[in-house]
Design a protein around this ligand. Structure first.
Ligand code: AHG
Ligand code: MN
Ligand code: MN
Length: 335
């Protein structure tokens, strides 16, 4: 018996009941030969995100703020929450079928995982467990960024171009907790309903504006940017652009994705290769931005075409609306 259309009651104030889990399952069913392992991995990421969000909300009450007294492989001082978020992700992902390799900003080497083989696809999951962690002490926005590759043979398949990512995304911990995901079929947004404990889809197939009037860069470094960047910033100022910079890539890129404009971390005197890491910061953001109709470049080539040398390598990043990024690239070429 079919239900007549007139009997369907519109849901007031509730745009959708599609959860992240059901969204990923239905996307996965559209991929030939799927094993279900990808949705299983994304559900581990969602649980980690909910747990990290909860710890962050109580950060000033529980003793989780401040430095832990250790440094990561990149010589950065670790915050307690960097380590907590990293452990959580490793624990959750390390026990999921289909995870073969884990790579983290906070671990020197790749971790090989020996989960039960269920005959399904095997993946490498790379992540920045807590992005912008210097913002924690002041209650600012932070995030988690992840990148997923096919890795049936283990570690040897991790150092691939970002073009080969099968999924990428981030979680923004801010006034809302927002999960942004692509599996190569567009960019989709989910907001954590804290009362229900589920990520609810709020936007599908997000397309970013073709150009914008906001630039996002640490302008204090501008004197040591290559000349093309300096010219572009001067042009933006002349054109009446606004400047916005949270100091957390996730927060800054999220703004660009929604409002348009450009985010950049150019080479500087202090960081001649730029500061951001290719494998778990630049690549996943580049996939999201391209999937949303924008552009992501190192200043010389698309980020997604860069062949990596090592897990923690750094790369200059320019990403955002096509109009803005192209204008900057033209100046870099002619400088
Ligand atoms: P992380 O906290 O994971 O080390 O990342 C910090 C990064 C990134 O989030 C942000 O865009 C950038 O550092 C800010 O750097 P500056 O303070 O040099 O502007
Ligand atoms: Mn980061
Ligand atoms: Mn980090």
């Amino acid at each position: 018996m079919s239900i007549p259309a007139s009997a369907v009651i519109p849901l007031l104030g509730q745009p959708s009941f599609v959860t992240l889990q059901s969204h990923v399952l239905s996307e996965e069913r559209r991929q030939p030969g799927h094993s279900g392992n990808l949705s299983w991995i994304i559900s581990a990421l969602a649980i980690a995100a909910k747990t990290i969000a909860a710890r962050l909300k109580n950060a000033g009450i529980e003793d989780v703020l401040g430095e832990i007294g250790t440094q990561n492989v990149q010589g950065e001082r670790q915050q307690k929450l960097d380590v907590i978020a990293n452990h959580l992700l490793i624990q959750l992902l390390g026990t999921r079928e289909g995870v073969a390799v884990i790579g983290s900003e906070e671990n020197d080497e790749l971790l090989l995982v020996e989960t039960e083989a269920n005959g399904g696809q095997r993946y490498a999951v790379l992540f920045d467990p807590l992005d912008g962690s210097a913002n924690l002490d002041v209650g600012g926005s932070v995030g988690t960024i992840f990148s997923i590759f096919d890795a049936p043979k283990g570690t040897e398949q991790v150092l691939q171009t970002g073009r080969r990512q099968v999924a990428a995304g981030y979680v923004l911990y801010s006034s809302s907790t927002i999960f942004v995901l692509t599996t190569g079929l567009g960019v989709h947004l989910f907001v954590l309903d804290t009362a229900v404990g589920a990520f609810i889809r709020v936007q599908q197939h997000l397309r970013m504006p073709a150009s914008g009037t906001i630039y996002s860069v640490n302008e204090a470094n501008a004197a040591s940017f290559p000349p093309g960047y300096q010219t572009y910033l001067a042009q933006c100022r002349d054109a009446g652009f606004s400047s916005r910079y949270a100091g957390a890539m996730v927060a800054d890129v999220h703004r660009v994705l929604i409002k348009g404009g450009v985010f950049m971390y150019p080479p500087t005197a202090k960081a001649p290769q730029g500061k951001l890491r290719l494998m778990y910061e630049a690549n996943p953001m580049a996939m999201l931005i391209e999937q949303a109709g924008g552009m992501a470049s190192t200043g010389r080539q698309p980020i997604l075409d860069l062949v990596p040398d090592e897990l923690h390598q750094r790369v200059p990043v320019v990403l955002g609306s096509t109009g803005n990024v192209q204008a900057l690239l033209d100046l870099l070429k002619s400088a």
